[in-house]
Ligand binder design. Structure first.
Ligand SMILES: [Zn+2]
Length: 325
């Protein structure tokens, strides 16, 4: 299968990332298109198919070298049927048969899974989890995504919603409302949105001048990056936010690690780019709350693939299936 190629698709609410990969998961071609959310997202499969077709035409790559397509989608997925049960970001309010439409349009094997699961596979295959078979991947972006892999296989759960790490309850009483309809989920604290919310809450109560308050005064808002940059400069208010985020994330990861004792918990997404200012207190809290043997054997590692984890993992997904045929 060495000369055969795979296509990985990372379907997001804003853009669709696509890549042609070789059999080892190396990216040969990579491009991105804006997601067509008109008509409640019904045109998305055709858009994906057309975009792949156009790219092959443009580059002269022979279509018959592509042996399969993997797709990561932002919602609970059933890889058996290729159905995404719901994807609010795409306009899919009910079950959407993404896999079967794509298979029909492209006349190629297609496998669909949740985007966070694909990112976890990508990191396992070519990123921070290389060589690990038991891996948990946490993505700290606009929301908090999670993917769990044990023995090299994605854990899907009965309803396809395993690994919803972002919806672990961190604050059972009085937590902020979450997109899922509950309150106090980890996502309301450890996502970029959560970091900003915590900072704004403190800034509105604060009457002292500091780096963060000056940005807030100037611009009317702060970003998660502003918070971590200010914390690096020893800004007291930013430090309170970072402490809160790393505390709740540390407890959640310790509980996950106590359950699974994976080789690694890989942490990616925009917030993870904060680096040591987040990872140092996070490791402290993790070590404090994890079972001692778990704390010694499960490592917390920053993700390595950035935005490419999704397309690489989607390629891995279809490669696995084709290898098992
Ligand atoms: Zn939630």
């Amino acid at each position: 299968m060495e000369d055969k190629l795979l296509v990985g698709v990372d379907l997001g609410g804003t853009s669709i990332k696509l890549a042609v990969l070789d059999w080892e998961g190396r990216i040969l071609l990579q491009w991105e298109v804006l997601t067509d959310k008109e008509h409640e997202g019904r045109d998305i499969p055709v858009q994906i198919a057309q975009s792949i077709h156009n790219k092959l035409e443009e580059t002269g790559l022979e279509k018959n070298r592509i042996v399969g397509i993997g797709v990561g989608a932002p919602g609970p997925a059933d890889p058996e049927t290729g159905v995404i049960s719901e994807a609010v970001n795409l306009g899919w309010k009910s079950a959407f048969p993404l896999g079967s439409i794509l298979m029909e349009t492209l006349s190629l094997p297609v496998l669909v899974d949740n985007d966070a699961n694909c990112a976890a596979l990508g990191e396992m295959w070519r990123g921070a989890g290389k060589g690990a078979l038991d891996l948990v991947c946490v993505t700290l972006g606009t929301g908090v995504g999670g993917g769990v892999i044990t023995g090299g296989k994605i854990v899907h759960g009965k309803g396809g919603a395993a690994g919803e790490i972002g919806h672990i309850i961190s604050l059972p009483d009085g937590g902020a409302p979450c997109n899922c309809g509950k309150n106090g989920c980890l996502e309301t604290i450890a996502s970029a949105t959560g970091v900003v919310r915590l900072a704004h809450e403190l800034l509105l109560k604060n009457d002292q001048v500091c780096e963060l308050s000056e940005i807030f005064e100037d611009r009317g808002f702060v970003t998660a990056k502003d918070v971590f940059d200010a914390a690096r400069n020893k800004d007291a208010l930013a430090a309170i936010v970072v402490e809160k985020v790393s505390f709740h994330l540390g407890i959640a990861l310790a509980n996950i690690a106590n359950t699974l004792n994976p080789d690694k918990i890989v942490i990616g997404g925009g917030v993870s780019r904060a680096g040591d200012i987040l990872f140092a207190p996070l490791r402290d809290h993790f070590t404090r709350y994890a079972f001692p043997r778990v704390a010694r054997s499960t490592a917390l590692s920053p993700a390595m693939l950035g935005n490419d984890a999704g397309v690489i993992g989607a390629g891995m997904l279809i490669r696995e299936q084709l290898s098992n045929l």
